[in-house]
Structure formats: structure tokens, C-alpha cells
Ligand binder design. Structure first.
Ligand SMILES: O=C(O)[C@@H](CO)OP(=O)(O)O
Length: 345
């Protein structure tokens, strides 16, 4: 793990969220302190009180925490020898994926596919909870499927966002719809998050299984056959889409419409479905058709990726809004967190 120079105090690191509940401080030389926290390492120049603190304790472990961290050692440091405060253009971006909360047909254990079923009360609560987990992560654009359960999830999640920008569904289906939904204030537009709805992100079309009970179908056709229909890569359910067919539209849409936004540094949230997201994750994580069989997504759990130099770095699910380590992933996120804190306090 490479250490990096940081021009600031320990307090500054703490307030930016790089140092959380547990950190290993180690003196290295007269005036510097090496700090290891959340899989990151920083060399701190010390002055006065801080030098005294480190001398006194030498090598110490600060109070351990119960909060889990999703940082992995893949990323050595977010700072790259740059001051956190100095703004620098970067094409790093955050990508949040959320499978919709529980729907009324999830609850009844029915194959849903492209049938447009709303959320249950539990699904609403899951979406709100998901929103809390990502409430500190910047969102510039939202993509949802054309189905109400994904749209409800996105909107409910955004009610929890600290930045309080207003998600606005774009209506580009006709020239009239476009012109009738125009906003005439640039300032108001800046306070909005465009929401693009796309059928290509819809759940995989389940064909003649739509509306059938999953357990009864397994009893009738056998557990293995039903598992093949539900999870295999290239075997479609009767008259429906296989995951491969679903990927042909969902991943193509992701590459054509969403990837360019990420490459331009926009932070994107996608609210979609078990199988359309499985196909996108297969692309992001370069999973094989064998590996994707065991990929299962829970309802209402946000997953974070950092997009850096055209690579997707999976960061798992932020455990809580106070999950400080999320902001150590990129300089932009660190700056955003700092600004947000300044705005709110
Ligand atoms: O019924 C569906 O549309 C999907 C998602 O709920 O089910 P499965 O998990 O079987 O792919």
C-alpha cells in the first residue's frame, strides 16, 4: 500500500472522513506521522500538539468501531499527493445501482418481468432506507426503467438526499411533451436532477411465466428447470427473454447512454431490476456466463461503483449515510462531502 503526502492536520483528515473510528498512527521520523485507516495510508507532517500526541503514544490504535468499511486495498489513496482543497478537473465519477424495493408481486412470489407492478409498503420502506444510505453521495443524473417499481424506488430514495435537489422526470417522448415540460429558470434547473426513463432498463421479459407463482411453477416443471429459466445466461423462459437477450438491450443502453455521462464525470444513479441489473453488473465486473448464475441482488440495496480511467471499481453497498470511507474513493467525492458539510453546518 503506497503512502501519500497530505498537507493538513489529522483533524482535517478526520473532518473529511478519511479517518474514521479506527486508525493506526505510527511515528516515522521527527516531524511526520504515518496514519493507516480504512485501507488507506497517509504521511502527515506534524506540528505542536499533534507531534506531542504522536510522541506520547508512539504507536497506537484508536478506539475501534462497529461500522463496517467497504474500502478494499485495490485503491491505494484518493489524494495522490494533491491537497484535498485544490479543485482539479477529473473524470472520476460515482455510479449507484439500486434494484427496486419489494413489489406486490415479489411479496406474492409471482414472476413479474415486464408487468408494471407497484411497491409494497415494505418496498417503500426499503427505498427510503436505500436513500438514507446514499444520502451523502452526489447524484447528477438518474436513470430508471419505464416501470413504476423502479421509478418509485428512485424517487423515494431521493427524498432522503441531503442535497435536496429535485428529481425531474424528462418527457422526450414527443416534441409537445418536451416543450410542455420545459423549465425557464437556469437557477431552478441547477437545483434539479434529470431523471431519464428507459424501457431498455426494464426487467427481463419473463414470457409465459409472468403472473405464475414461482413455487407452483417449480412444483410443476421441476426445481432445476425453473432455476435454469431464472438464472441461466442463455436459456430463455417460454416465449420470454434470456439474460443474454436482456443484456443485448440493457447493456447496449448502458454503453450508449450512461457510460458517456460517467466518462464526462457525472455521478449517475440507476434504479432498475434484478435481471437488467445482473446483466449490467456482468458487464461492469466482467463476469462470465457461469459466474452470473450465482449473482443475486437483494431488493432496495444500493451498490456503489467508482468509475476511474474507464474502469469500474466495485465498492459494495454504503452501510450508512455516515459511512465516511465512501468519500475517500475519489478527490471529487471528498470535495463534495466537504462542501456539503459546509453548506449544512
Ligand atoms: O419475477 C421477476 O421479474 C424476477 C425479479 O423479481 O424474478 P427472478 O428473481 O425469478 O428473476
Amino acid at each position: 500500500m503506497a503512502a501519500t503526502a497530505f498537507n493538513g492536520s489529522i483533524g482535517a483528515l478526520q473532518s473529511r472522513g478519511y479517518v474514521g473510528n479506527s486508525a493506526l498512527y505510527q511515528e516515522c521520523g521527527n516531524s511526520s506521522l504515518r496514519l493507516t485507516s480504512k485501507g488507506f495510508q497517509f504521511d502527515l507532517g506534524l506540528s505542536g500538539k499533534e507531534r506531542h500526541f504522536s510522541r506520547k503514544r508512539g504507536f497506537c490504535l484508536i478506539q475501534a468501531s462497529s461500522s463496517q468499511t467497504t474500502v478494499s486495498n485495490q485503491v491505494s489513496t484518493p489524494l495522490n499527493n494533491t491537497k484535498v482543497d485544490s479543485p482539479k478537473k477529473s473524470s472520476e465519477a460515482a455510479l449507484i445501482l439500486i434494484r427496486h424495493g419489494e413489489s406486490l408481486w415479489n411479496e406474492k412470489n409471482l414472476f413479474t418481468g415486464c408487468v408494471d407492478v407497484p411497491l409494497t409498503k415494505k418496498g417503500v420502506e426499503e427505498a427510503v432506507e436505500a436513500g438514507k444510505r446514499i444520502s451523502n453521495i452526489p447524484v447528477d443524473m438518474i436513470y430508471t426503467s419505464a416501470l413504476i417499481r423502479a421509478q418509485m424506488t428512485a424517487m423515494l430514495a431521493m427524498t432522503q438526499h441531503r442535497r435536496k435537489k429535485v428529481p425531474i422526470v424528462l418527457h422526450n417522448e414527443s416534441e409537445q411533451a418536451k416543450s410542455w415540460s420545459r423549465v425557464f429558470s437556469e437557477e431552478t434547473e441547477r437545483q434539479c436532477i434529470p431523471v431519464v426513463t428507459a424501457w431498455q432498463l426494464n426487467e427481463r421479459m419473463y414470457g409465459e411465466l409472468q403472473g405464475l407463482n414461482k413455487q407452483e411453477t417449480a412444483d410443476k416443471y421441476g426445481k432445476e428447470q425453473v432455476h435454469e429459466w431464472r438464472r441461466s445466461y442463455d436459456i430463455p423462459p417460454p416465449n420470454g427473454e434470456s439474460l443474454e437477450m436482456c443484456a443485448e438491450r440493457a447493456v447496449a443502453y448502458f454503453k450508449q447512454q450512461i457510460e458517456p455521462q460517467l466518462q464526462a464525470g457525472k455521478n449517475v444513479m440507476i434504479a432498475a431490476h434484478g435481471n437488467s441489473l445482473r446483466s449490467i453488473i456482468m458487464y461492469l465486473d466482467k463476469l462470465t456466463s457461469q459466474e452470473v448464475i450465482s449473482l443475486e441482488l437483494a431488493t432496495g440495496i444500493p451498490m456503489l461503483y467508482i468509475v476511474k480511467e474507464e474502469k469500474y471499481i466495485r465498492r459494495g453497498s454504503p452501510a450508512a449515510p455516515s459511512e465516511a470511507s465512501v468519500y475517500a474513493y475519489t478527490k471529487n467525492l471528498a470535495r463534495y462531502r466537504q462542501k456539503l458539510d459546509e453548506m449544512i453546518h
